[in-house]
Design a protein around this ligand. Structure first.
Ligand code: S6P
Ligand code: ZN
Length: 192
């Protein structure tokens, strides 16, 4: 049993473990600007990779994952993760930022209440249970972070896949801005 694992902040790799990669086409449906996503589909750039350590299981055990979200945008919307709820809704999670600059979008599964939290080097974020969570890279360097959660949490991508998040993080005049998706879509429509 591995109780100690060396990892490298510089590239977000854990020795002896192969990360799971997500490319644009895996996440394309989540981006508001579908025309911009379609333009990038042929290149299908890598958006992020995650190494999940899920070898410890049972009551009280923890899973933990090292994520690397690359810098970039689809239209004006920053690169982001698919986002998910935990299958066991009450399960919370702690994110520890190691490098880069970004934020998390949080949205309550039942009440729809939205909040944002900065996630960056030297920042820790507590994600309460019942909150869908998505990571967004608003900087120019890779955003590297640990996520630590109960081994019983599980990942549920279904609800987020259907509803998406109510808010988007987009670049306006060179700055990251959190906006209602509906307002951003109206802006896009007005520009066409
Ligand atoms: C695991 C933790 C993260 C995410 C990673 C990718 O519970 O929340 O490691 O898996 O940020 O996001 P997603 O939504 O594609 O799993
Ligand atoms: Zn999670």
């Amino acid at each position: 049993m591995n109780l100690s694992l060396p990892f490298h902040v510089a590239d977000g790799m854990i020795a002896g473990h192969r990360p799971m990669e997500r490319h644009l086409r895996d996440v394309a449906a989540a981006f508001a600007d579908q025309a911009a996503a379609a333009n990038l589909a042929a290149d299908n750039p890598l958006l992020y990779y995650v190494t999940m350590i899920d070898e410890h299981n049972g009551v009280g055990a923890l899973h933990y994952a090292l994520g690397v979200l690359l810098p970039g945008k689809v239209g004006a919307e920053y690169y982001m993760t698919k986002g998910h709820l935990h299958a066991w809704r009450p399960a919370a999670e702690v994110y520890i930022g190691l490098a880069g600059q970004g934020m998390m979008l949080l949205e309550h599964a039942e009440t729809g209440e939205c909040s944002t939290a900065p996630l960056a080097a030297n920042t820790v974020v507590y994600v309460p249970g019942h909150m869908a969570h998505r990571t967004v890279n608003t900087g120019s360097e890779p955003l590297v972070y640990w996520g630590i959660l109960s081994s019983d949490a599980g990942h549920d991508y279904g609800a987020v896949g259907e509803r998406n998040f109510r808010q988007v993080v987009v670049e306006v005049d060179g700055q990251p801005v959190v906006m209602e998706r509906a307002d951003f879509l109206a802006r896009l429509e007005a520009q066409r």
